[in-house]
Write a protein that binds this ligand. Sequence first.
Ligand SMILES: [Zn+2]
Length: 102
Amino acid sequence: MKLIYTHENHFLVYNIQNIVENAHIQTTLKNEYASSAAGDLVPHETWLELWVVADRDYDLAIAAIDTAFKPKTQLPWVCPECSEPNEPAFELCWQCQTEWPH
Ligand SMILES: [Zn+2]
């Protein structure tokens, strides 16, 4: 298991969990019921934590979160080097490997 996200705002964590599970990655929550016992604890210790169950899914989960929070640029971009149009998902030109200048 690997921790992928934690925040004091539980709604944000649930939101991230939805994003990750929509990518067919199994997750589990820790500290889900800790907030009511927060009394003497350091606040950070009661933050809701989102974990991926399988370590191998970690990179996929992070990528899913990144994708969800990226501004939605649906237009293809045109490579400044070779003028090739590239899909927005590509960070490098598929033809000449030039980095997307954004
Ligand atoms: Zn190019």
